[in-house]
Design a binder for this molecule. Structure first.
Ligand SMILES: Cc1cc2nc3c(=O)[nH]c(=O)nc-3n(C[C@H](O)[C@H](O)[C@H](O)COP(=O)(O)OP(=O)(O)OC[C@H]3O[C@@H](n4cnc5c(N)ncnc54)[C@H](O)[C@@H]3O)c2cc1C
Length: 432
């Protein structure tokens, strides 16, 4: 089926944007730019678009940004979306429970608190959501097997240098190339400490379990509705995906350092079982059910002092990779795409590109870097490392923490961004 007409209109802007990386960030930005009729090219290193099977969840702020960009993008999410299965749990983000008795002081599986939000737990299988986005992209926008190694820029534009020896020149480049971003390295400088991701002290085992099996082992209430089991130096979360056919599992643990060059690697199931052997009944059963577990080292970015230089910018994980403890990384990427897409869509003169990138940087940097810092701390909260494990303190801390992220009016942020754009681009008018 052909993409909807809003993504296929003839371009009208006198400059071309190159996006490096075709994950959630790159695809969302590309689609937003096409709506604004900006000529757009997307370079992806892989032979095709692809995501791992695991789940990703979107909070109220992320869902709002998706719908503001386009109802079609919102629908791609909604078509792939799974909520908690019980009617009474539709507005629940997570039930928080003790997954570890803390030497017999806490009840195994005991409820600490329930946190609700607008829309509740809204999760998709990553590959299904990405497929939905890809269907919206007209052919010819993406080029595959193109790994960017570096770039150079002059007043005229940016030359991308690919691993295959070829080059391509564009008016502006946006690096959406993830936590190991080459664009970030080149933009900040190889020697800048912020250009290298840092091990967060946490890792995660990820797995998918058929819902029938999970429900038989845990009961339908625990298996079919999002649960977070807290313990000492780790936590385990589950939520339903694939219209309730599958239970997604992420089991977190702690380590002082990550010595392997591989950030994702297969692990022996018996080692994972051994690691969680002192945990409570539900967690041990969940770990037992994971087939062929992989471990993911969780790296995040030290704060970058800028998200742009000249005609080159970064967004999504390339700009602010965070740990996943607030479930907010992909959502922040969508917010970035909303702001940057609108700014580039508002200008009609090549000489205003730097002004648009400067306005994007000034409006997005503080909020996105707050996610990185707060997410690390939230991981420590869930791993009972903040000096308390009593239910009242945990409940009040957990319920306060998500507010700044979820209760956010991104349309106000866009107005601020437009004001900055007008300052940067004065005296010429911009169409906002
Ligand atoms: C365990 C875990 C759970 C998470 N859960 C959530 C969640 O529930 N909610 C949420 O909002 N976020 C979550 N996140 C974070 C989320 O996954 C990321 O923030 C998001 O996927 C980032 O998307 P991206 O497009 O910026 O980067 P990526 O998904 O990493 O995409 C980068 C793309 O760029 C390509 N690329 C890389 N280098 C080059 C190059 N040099 N040249 C060309 N192409 C290149 C890659 O092949 C890839 O396609 C989680 C993360 C983890 C690790």
């Amino acid at each position: 089926m052909a993409p909807p007409p809003e993504f296929c209109q003839p371009p009208i802007k006198p400059f071309e944007v190159a996006i490096v990386g075709g994950g959630i960030s790159g695809l969302t930005l590309a689609l937003h730019l096409l709506i604004h009729r900006v000529p757009t090219k997307l370079y992806e290193q892989a032979p095709r678009f692809g995501e791992i099977g695991a789940g990703v969840a979107f909070g109220p702020n992320s869902a709002k940004a998706l719908s503001l960009i386009s109802p079609h993008i919102c629908k791609a999410f909604e078509d792939a979306e799974t909520n908690n299965l019980a009617e009474t749990k539709k507005s629940v983000w997570f039930d928080f429970r003790y997954g570890d008795t803390c030497d017999g002081r806490r009840p195994d599986g005991g409820l600490i608190c329930t946190l609700e939000c607008d829309g509740g737990q809204r999760a998709v299988r990553r590959s299904a959501f990405l497929d939905g986005l890809v269907k919206l992209l007209p052919s010819g926008v993406a080029e595959f097997g193109k790994r960017v190694e570096s770039f150079t820029q002059d007043r005229d534009g940016v030359t991308l240098c690919f691993q295959d020896g070829s080059t391509a020149k564009h008016d502006v480049v946006v690096g959406c190339d993830g936590v190991k971003s080459r664009i970030r390295k080149c933009l900040l400088g190889e020697d800048d400490a912020a250009s290298t991701p840092t091990f967060s002290g946490k890792y995660a085992y990820r797995g998918l379990i058929p819902m029938q099996q999970a429900a038989a082992e845990l009961g339908p209430e625990l298996a079919g509705n999002s649960q977070m089991y807290l313990g000492r130096h780790g936590h385990v979360l589950t939520f339903p995906i694939s219209q309730g056919d599958t239970m997604n599992v992420v089991a977190f643990g702690s380590a002082n350092a990550w010595d392997s060059a591989q950030w994702v690697k297969p692990v022996a199931k018996k080692d994972v079982i051994n690691e969680y052997s002192h945990w409570g009944h539900s967690v041990r059963r969940i770990i037992d059910m994971i087939q062929q577990p992989d471990v993911w080292a969780l790296f995040d970015h030290p704060p970058a002092t800028t998200y742009y230089d000249g005609l080159v910018s970064i967004m999504g994980d390339a700009a602010h990779a965070s740990t996943p403890h607030k479930g907010g990384g992909a959502g922040m990427a969508v917010e970035d795409a909303y702001i940057l897409g609108n700014l580039l869509g508002a200008i009609s003169d090549k000489s205003h590109i730097q002004g648009a990138l400067a306005a994007y940087d000034a409006t997005r940097r503080a909020r996105t870097q707050r996610l990185v810092v707060d997410s690390r701390e939230q991981g420590m909260l869930f791993d009972l490392e903040l000096g308390f494990d009593d239910p009242d303190q945990l409940a009040s801390n957990i319920s306060q923490r998500m507010k700044w992220l979820w209760d956010y009016d991104i349309t106000n942020e866009l107005e601020e961004a437009y004001s900055l754009l007008k300052v940067h681009c004065a005296p010429l008018a911009v169409s906002t």
